[in-house]
Design a protein. Structure first.
Length: 202
């Protein structure tokens, strides 16, 4: 009984200390009103939770002209972290490498992006040689574990955007100048480093 009463104090205290440590070492994120966590909190307040209201939407976007290293973002209505909820890197021959659910980092046919209500194809403003290195880096992570809130440091856990953020960062291109905890798919879409090839759902 004493241990139970003690645990009621210890665990909230440890959680508070952990939060304080994160806040003090990452105060720049808490001062950034465009940080993903603020977008998420605002969305939750509006009743938008998690990945959104996923269903099959059957958009008619064309994938013609895509090149290895291009980025694809897709989203469903009600997504808690912006217009887009998922992202992948085009690797050629109709395939993307992405990180999702219990599949981890894996290769999928690009056609599954037709399921989204919102979808956009992005071309990174970089030399083909850079994009080739990006694709090679991403391919080396195949089989790694997925975790939706994977922080940016480390290579053990990945979410869908961390892998492309890190792959391009290794080549000197930074998609997150604000140094957030996570990189939201919307940040890729809004980046000055990309140009829109085509999109659906606007």
């Amino acid at each position: 009984m004493k241990w139970k009463n003690l645990s009621l104090v210890i665990f909230p205290l440890l959680a508070t200390i952990f939060f304080i440590l994160i806040a003090t070492t990452n105060h720049h994120v808490f001062n950034n009103d465009k940080a993903v966590m603020y977008t998420y909190l605002q969305s939750v307040g509006q009743g938008h939770i998690g990945y959104g209201f996923n269903s099959y939407y059957g958009n008619d976007i064309s994938f013609v002209g895509l090149e290895p290293g291009d980025l694809i973002v897709g989203g469903y209505p009600g997504c808690a972290y912006g217009r887009f909820s998922h992202a992948g890197i085009y690797i050629g021959e109709g395939q993307v490498i992405e990180s999702f659910g219990n599949l981890g980092v894996n290769i999928q046919p690009i056609t599954h992006y037709r399921e989204y209500s919102e979808v956009c194809l992005l071309r990174v403003k970089a030399d083909p040689a850079v994009k080739k290195q990006v694709v090679n880096y991403a391919l080396k992570q195949q089989g790694a574990m997925f975790y939706p809130l994977a922080f940016k440091p480390g290579e053990r856990y990945w979410n869908c955007t961390k892998i492309m953020w890190k792959a391009y960062r290794e080549q000197g291109l930074e998609f997150d100048p604000g140094n957030d905890f996570w990189v939201a798919p919307d940040l890729l879409y809004q980046s000055q480093l990309v140009e829109i090839i085509r999109e659906r759902g606007v």
